[in-house]
Ligand binder design. Sequence first.
Ligand code: PNS
Length: 175
Amino acid sequence: MPLHEGKRSLDVVVFPGSFDPLTKGHSDLVHRALRYFDRVVVAVLSNSKKSTLFTPDERVDVIREVFADQNGRVEVQHFSGLLVEFAQRVGTRAILRGLRAISDYEYEAQMAIMNRHLSSEVETFFLTSRAEYSYISSSLVREVALLGGEITPFVPPAVEAAVHAKVKQIKRTKE
Ligand code: PNS
């Protein structure tokens, strides 16, 4: 059936990232992707070279909590190694990434082209951020939280609780 007759031709999309932590920008992209894809697999990078605030398991758990009301249409897994191999294991050729500003483009285009080189079937689908989330990044959320600032506008409530607990834990270990 042609797309214009209303049938979705797409099934699963992988949404990869560090998600340290997941922001409202990320969760908005997942909700918007669910209008076009039957399922979204959020893929949490577990072997990042960057030092992270949360362990991969902690990130997976909180993201599952955020999407617990999506009737199983959002799955959360961690992955290491090549993203295209993870996508193959999931059974999709579609990758989702967000673009906040033109400054994201260079890095995102490099990754998309590299992934298509590694697996010619793979396509990266980009969604632009909503304007109100275009200035939010996980790194700024971490910085603001660690310095005692308010993060309510930037992250879903479950993430906010996890960040507060983590900041408390870090402060206790420093005492
Ligand atoms: O949220 P991030 O940190 O910008 O996400 C980066 C991510 C996880 C998408 C990227 O680092 C990635 O895909 N890593 C997996 C390794 C890989 O496949 N590398 C080759 C293609 S770029």
